[in-house]
Design a protein around this ligand. Structure first.
Ligand SMILES: [Zn+2]
Length: 270
């Protein structure tokens, strides 16, 4: 499943083809993904100039000079294909730029989504309105987590996956960040001291930044816009490594929390 780093990598990859470009043609090959494509999407995109690109949590943003932003989510299996040699049956939205580049939004399982939102209304768009700060942004700091975790008995891992506390963190990155910060995933959020949160925030940023730098991760059906796979999985320290030795000499264990696998080391995570 594309996670925040993959979405960031995708947005950066697309920006090279879209920013400043006129959309000469937009084509829909089916009426819906997870939900129907928005009414008038083709008309809104055709002839518009892309003024910028961005990301909020795991959503990619394509801003146009028509004060509209196309918001896309890659769901479970979505990806953008650049200059596809042949159109695939899962290329559901095609965009052709004025300079002749073709970009295809491909989504075999169709858990993704595309929406059109007025650019000035993005912050209050229902999917964004209740979201916590971006983990790579300035508003995300140890004091924010201290306040968000206050009196919470839920495990810290569950709290970090709560999009209202911090936006866009997925299972893999939370496991890795807790390991780097030396924090036990099952620990009650409200019992984590500020000094541990002062390790956790930079650990979260580091795991995400390293993954973005590596070009995403190798989760099954994700490919970068260039079609190349990333290689960050090789650098994971605990995720998917149950039974293997931790860097501290302990043994990595797996257990299930809230229906998701947690990987951790009881020797170095307290
Ligand atoms: Zn360890």
């Amino acid at each position: 499943m594309p996670e925040l780093p993959e979405v960031e990598t995708t947005v950066r990859g697309l920006a090279g083809y879209l920013e400043g470009q006129v959309i000469a043609r937009a084509t829909l090959n089916r009426p819906d993904l997870r939900r129907p494509f928005p009414d008038g999407l083709v008309q809104h995109l055709t002839g518009a100039t892309v003024t910028g690109m961005g990301r909020r949590a795991k959503y990619g943003l394509i801003h146009t000079d028509r004060e509209q932003t196309m918001v896309f989510h890659l769901g479970m299996s979505g990806r953008w294909r650049i200059e596809p040699e042949a159109i695939d049956k899962h290329d559901h939205l095609l965009i052709e730029t004025g300079s002749g580049h073709i970009l295809a939004l491909n989504d075999a399982r169709r858990f993704g989504s595309v929406d059109l939102v007025e650019t000035s209304q993005l912050d209050t768009w229902p999917q964004f309105a209740a979201m916590g700060p971006e983990p790579l942004g300035d508003a995300f700091d140890p004091h924010h987590l201290k306040a968000a975790f206050a009196n919470r008995k839920a495990p810290v891992k569950q709290l970090l996956l709560d999009q209202r506390i911090v936006a866009g963190l997925g299972n893999i990155y939370v496991c890795e960040a807790l390991h780097r910060a030396g924090i036990k995933p099952a620990k009650h959020g409200g019992r984590i001291p500020l000094r541990a949160l002062e390790r956790l925030v930079p650990a979260i940023r580091a795991v995400l930044s390293e993954s973005i730098a590596a070009g995403g991760s190798t989760i099954r059906d994700y490919a970068q816009p260039s079609g190349e796979l990333g290689y960050f999985a090789a650098a994971w320290r605990v995720y998917g490594k149950d039974g293997e030795q931790c860097g501290c000499g302990g043994t990595i264990e797996r257990f299930v929390q809230g229906g998701r696998s947690t990987f951790w080391c009881r020797r170095c995570q307290k």
